[in-house]
Design a protein around this ligand. Structure first.
Ligand code: PA5
Length: 439
């Protein structure tokens, strides 16, 4: 089944005219060409992800699958240690594609998948103490992921969990329970993994953290959780092929131009909206992708998110009636694998019999239609991205769709999408306050 995403501009009409987009189209095409030509465009050393869905290392891919299988058999819990781009794609995919109540099921009920939990995503003492307690009676392994190999949060968590594994198994026998995903040649984690003999996977030199979900960074933990990573890559490859289409059929370029045109008209917040909680962490991944790629030189849209209909009962009032400085990008799944039909109840005690015979997806669809019309009336433009039902393939497509659109968007804005100089500011203060040598 094709995974294509299509952009629907129905709710943009009062806010943008066709000329405004047509004028941007050649600029977007040029930006995309710069991405493709490798040596052009800011940050061109980091263009490796663009062709990765086609050119990925098939031998490493096979090794990812066999390591995942080994871990699935040996453990109950996989602790993914990483921060930012080193874990958000993983968390997005696992949350999106796993059973909503999977954490409460047994390993057998999850089809043999270990539970995936996260560490090093912050420095909370309570969280890490509770994690150690939670792991006390469980067989666990860690996949420590850090491209630089020096990031404080994951390094601290890894130190804690490594000690626990070595306490249980002894230094030598702990090794099979530790897998490192890091730079292929340098960095503290690379050196430590070499010295101790841990199994290693590589974050390619030319792929930055937030573009790395389709490398071993995302693929190993996804495979451990039972996600079909070949399908994920096939979806990303389909998006890569569609990305070459002319502007009129190219939803990636259309999306990049539309958000840029809205930004130029004073909309400074982009709200990624969904109608299914399975997209919760896709939104977190997307926020990092766009926030860290574009938020430079005092420019860029602020990426935020909302989950509907839940947030219509919290943020809904502001969106409908508050300051008019935002627009929505709405992820709409067309069709659903499951069906729940509303039944007639004698006496209609809750007044819902008018829905009898309709399925829940239909109710959600009407909620979406009603919401978008109301927001348009309230002065909020919405870009609709229609996608087929969520699965590994369509998610792979979605990841690539947004990464490519982000590269184009950042070039339209005139910033380098592949660096993050602003992230250093908190680190250098923290290191100085902690008394790190040389800080
Ligand atoms: O996107 C990025 O480059 C960042 O968010 C990094 O992924 C994050 O800072 C973690 O870096 P590292 O993988 O080097 O530990």
């Amino acid at each position: 089944m094709a995974a294509r995403i299509q952009l629907d501009s129905t709710h943009l009409k009062p806010f943008l005219n066709d000329d405004e987009l047509t004028m941007l189209a050649p600029l977007a095409e040029l930006a995309d060409k710069q991405l493709l030509q490798g040596h052009e465009g800011a940050g061109s050393d980091y263009h490796g992800w663009i062709t990765l869905p086609r050119d990925y290392d098939k031998e490493e891919f096979a090794r990812i699958q066999s390591t995942a299988q080994r871990l699935r058999e040996a453990i109950d819990v996989l602790v993914v240690i990483g921060i930012g781009g080193s874990y958000l794609g993983t968390r997005a995919a696992i949350h999106a594609l796993s059973d909503s109540f999977g954490d409460s099921l047994t390993k057998a009920q999850r089809g043999g998948a270990p539970l995936i939990v996260y560490a090093g995503t912050q420095i909370s003492t309570r969280y890490h103490a509770q994690l150690l307690k939670f792991l006390e009676d469980k067989r666990f392994a860690v996949n420590v992921i850090s491209k630089s190999g020096t990031t404080t949060e994951p390094a601290l968590a890894f130190r804690l969990l490594r000690k626990e594994l070595e306490r249980r198994h002894g230094a030598e026998d702990a090794k099979p329970f530790i897998v490192a995903t890091t730079d292929g040649q340098r960095g503290k984690l690379f050196e430590l993994a070499n010295e101790k003999g841990y199994e290693k996977f590589v974050v390619p030199d030319d792929v930055g953290g937030r573009y790395s979900v389709i490398t071993a960074v995302g693929l190993l933990p996804l495979a451990v959780s039972g996600i079909d990573i070949a399908e994920l890559m096939a979806g990303a490859e389909e998006a890569r092929q569609h990305a070459d289409a002319p502007f009129g059929q190219n939803a990636i370029l259309q999306y990049a131009c539309t958000r840029h045109a809205l930004y130029q008209k004073g909309k400074v917040i982009e709200l990624l909206v969904n109608f299914d909680p399975r997209f919760q962490y896709v939104a977190e991944w997307w926020k990092q992708l766009f926030g860290e790629s574009e938020g430079k030189d005092h420019k860029a849209l602020y990426p935020a998110s909302a989950q509907f209909t839940t947030d219509l009962h919290s943020l809904g009032q502001y969106i409908q009636d508050g300051r008019r400085h935002l627009f929505e990008t709405v992820l709409l799944e067309t069709g659903s694998a499951e069906e729940i039909t509303v039944e007639t109840v004698e006496g209609d005690p809750d007044g819902l019999n008018y829905l009898a015979g309709k399925n829940m997806a239909f109710v959600n669809e009407k909620a979406a239609e009603g919401t978008l019309a109301a927001h348009e009336d309230g002065g909020i433009p919405s870009i609709i991205l229609n996608m087929p039902p969520l699965n590994a393939k369509t998610l792979g497509y979605l990841f690539y769709f947004f990464m490519r659109a982000c590269g184009v968007s950042a070039y339209l804005l005139g910033v380098n999408p592949f660096d993050q100089p602003g992230v250093e500011a908190y680190k250098s203060n923290m290191f100085r306050l902690l008394g790190k040598p040389g800080a």
